[in-house]
Design a protein around this ligand. Structure first.
Ligand code: 5AD
Ligand code: SF4
Length: 469
C-alpha cells in the first residue's frame, strides 16, 4: 500500500526520471472477457486523454464498454481536484455507486486521477467508502492491470499512490474517442506552484516527453487519417526545459507544423514563458491554429502577486497585444478567478477593466475554491460567498455581451471548419473553426466527418455561430 503525501509531493529536486516502454503482462490478456466497464471522467483534457489510455488497457484485459454505470461490472472514476465542485461530483457518484453495490455485490470500483493524489480524499475513502476496491495515483496509471488483478485476487482495498513521479511511460495503448481530432501529451506536471492551485501536487513536476516520441505519435496519427492534434500539458510553454538545453516549445511547434497535419492546437499556456519565438512560429505556419488559451486569472497586480503568477497586468497586456498584432486573426481565450482571498472591489474592477480592454473570445470564469494543502489555504479571506457570486455574475454579464458582439462581427464572413458531426435533430453539421468558434451549419452537398470546409456565417449567438457551406 502506498498512501499519498503532500509534503513529499511539494519537495522538488532535479532528479532524472527514466523513460520506460510500457509492456502489457501477457498473462492478463483477455483475462476478464465477458466483463463490462464504465469510466466516468471529470476535469480537463489531460484526464480525458488518460481515460483513452485506461479504456485501451481495460479492453486488453478483455473488458467491454457499456454506456451506463448500472450495467457495468467494473466502474472507474477518473477524478479532478481543481475545485470543490469537482470533488463533490465524484463523491456524489460514489454515493450512487454505494447504493448500486447493495444490489450488485461483486462490482469492482476504482478511483484514479487527481483526487487519488490527495491525502484527505484517500483518508475519507478509507473511512467512509470501504467498498472502493482500489485507488490508483496519476504517476502509476500503467499499473492499472495489476492493481485490478490484485484487488480481485486478494479481495482487499488497494491504495497505490506515489507522491513523487517516477518514470515516464511511453507506448501505453490508446483507444481514441474521436477519429479526426487527437490529444497528444507533450509535458506532464507543473512547476509553477500558483498559490491557489493543486495541480503541482497531484500531477508532479514538469516532465517533457522526448521530441522523437511526440513526432512519431503525430506521424502515426497522420497515417491513420487524423486532421487535428492538440498538444497537451498543464503548461505547454515549459516544454523541453527539463530535458533539452536548446529545444523548446517554439521548436517543437515548428516541427509539429512541418509534419503537415492540417491543424495544430496546444494548451494550456502560462503567460510567463510564452516567448516571442513561439509567436513568430504560430504566425508563420498556417496549420498552427490562430487560437491561444492564455489564462490571466486576475487583472489586479496585487492579486496576481498573491496568486504567485509571476507577471503583472502590464506584462500580460503587452504579450496579449503582441499576439494580436503578429498573428493574423488570432483569437485569445482566458481563465479568470474571482474572489481570491483579499480581492477588494477595486481589485475586481481592475479585472473588469482588463476584460473590457482585451475583449476575449472565450473565458472560463471561476469562484476561488480553497484547496487543502495549497499556500492560498492559509490566506485570510474576508469576502462572503454572496459577494463572490455577485462578482462572478457581473463579470459573466460583461464577457457574454463581448462574446456576442464579437460573434456578430463575423456575420457574412467565411471560416474554415473541421466537420465533427451531424446534430440529428435539425440535420445540421457542427464543428470548430480554425479560430476555435463552435459553428452549426447546413450544406447542400453531403459532408463527411473529418472534412475541412469553408462556412459562411449567417447569424451569431453568444456561444456559437450559425452558417452554411
Ligand atoms: N479555485 C478556482 N479556480 C481554480 N483554477 C485553478 N485552481 C483553482 C482554484 N483553487 C482555475 C484557474 C485555472 C483553471 C484550469 O482552473 O483559472 O486556469
Ligand atoms: Fe496550476 Fe498555475 Fe500550474 Fe496552471 S500554471 S497548473 S494554474 S500551478
Amino acid at each position: 500500500m502506498h498512501l499519498p503525501n503532500f509534503l513529499e509531493a511539494r519537495t522538488r529536486d532535479k532528479r532524472n526520471y527514466s523513460r520506460v516502454d510500457f509492456s502489457f503482462d501477457s498473462k492478463l490478456q483477455n483475462k476478464y472477457q465477458g466483463k463490462t466497464y464504465y469510466i466516468k471522467t471529470y476535469g480537463c483534457q489531460m484526464n480525458e486523454h488518460d481515460s483513452e489510455n485506461i479504456a485501451a488497457l481495460l479492453e486488453q484485459l478483455g473488458f467491454q464498454k457499456v454506456d451506463k454505470y448500472t450495467q457495468a461490472d467494473f466502474i472507474l472514476l477518473n477524478t479532478c481536484s481543481i475545485r470543490e465542485n469537482a470533488h463533490n461530483k465524484a463523491f456524489g457518484m460514489l454515493g450512487r455507486i454505494k447504493h448500486l453495490r447493495n444490489e450488485k455485490k461483486d462490482i469492482i470500483v476504482g478511483i484514479c486521477g487527481c483526487m487519488a493524489q490527495e491525502e484527505s480524499v484517500v483518508e475519507r475513502i478509507l473511512r467512509d467508502y470501504k467498498f472502493v476496491n482500489f485507488v490508483l495515483g496519476t504517476h502509476n496509471m500503467h499499473q492499472l492491470p495489476e492493481v485490478i488483478e490484485k484487488s480481485i485476487q486478494e479481495n482487499k482495498q488497494q491504495i497505490e499512490v506515489f507522491s513523487r513521479e517516477g518514470d515516464l511511460y511511453e507506448g501505453l495503448p490508446v483507444l481514441r474517442t474521436n477519429s479526426y481530432k487527437a490529444y497528444v501529451n507533450i509535458i506532464y506536471g507543473c512547476d509553477k506552484f500558483c498559490t491557489y492551485c493543486i495541480v503541482p501536487y497531484t500531477r508532479g513536476r514538469e516532465r517533457s516527453r522526448k521530441k522523437e516520441d511526440i513526432l512519431n505519435e503525430i506521424n502515426t496519427l497522420i497515417r491513420d487519417g487524423y486532421k487535428e492534434v492538440t498538444l497537451l500539458g498543464q503548461n505547454v510553454n515549459a516544454y523541453g526545459k527539463d530535458l533539452y538545453d536548446d529545444y523548446h516549445m517554439d521548436q517543437l511547434l515548428e516541427d509539429v507544423a512541418k509534419t503537415g497535419i492540417p491543424r495544430v492546437r496546444f494548451m494550456t499556456s502560462h503567460p510567463w514563458d510564452f516567448t516571442d519565438r513561439m509567436i513568430d512560429v504560430i504566425a508563420k505556419y498556417p496549420n498552427i491554429m490562430p487560437s491561444i488559451h492564455l489564462p490571466i486569472q486576475s487583472g489586479s497586480n496585487q492579486v496576481l502577486k498573491r496568486m504567485g503568477r509571476r507577471y503583472t497586468k502590464e506584462s500580460y497586456l503587452e504579450l496579449f497585444h503582441k499576439m494580436k498584432e503578429k498573428i493574423p486573426r488570432v483569437t485569445i481565450s482566458t481563465d479568470i478567478i474571482v474572489g481570491f482571498p483579499g480581492e477588494s472591489e477595486e481589485d475586481f474592477l481592475e479585472t473588469m477593466k482588463v476584460v473590457e480592454e482585451c475583449r476575449f473570445d472565450n473565458a472560463f470564469t471561476f469562484i476561488f475554491s480553497v484547496r487543502k494543502g495549497t499556500p492560498a489555504e492559509k490566506l485570510e479571506d474576508h469576502i462572503s460567498l454572496e459577494e463572490k457570486e455577485e462578482r462572478l455574475q457581473r463579470l459573466n454579464t460583461v464577457i457574454n455581451q463581448i462574446f456576442l458582439e464579437k460573434n456578430q462581427k463575423l456575420e457574412g464572413s467565411s471560416l474554415e471548419v473541421l466537420v465533427e458531426g451531424i446534430s440529428s435533430k435539425k440535420k445540421m453539421y457542427f464543428g470548430y473553426s480554425d479560430t476555435n468558434k463552435l459553428i452549426n451549419f447546413t450544406s447542400e452537398k453531403p459532408l463527411e466527418v473529418g472534412d475541412i470546409v469553408s462556412v459562411k456565417i449567417t447569424s451569431a449567438k453568444t456561444w456559437s455561430l450559425d452558417g452554411e457551406v
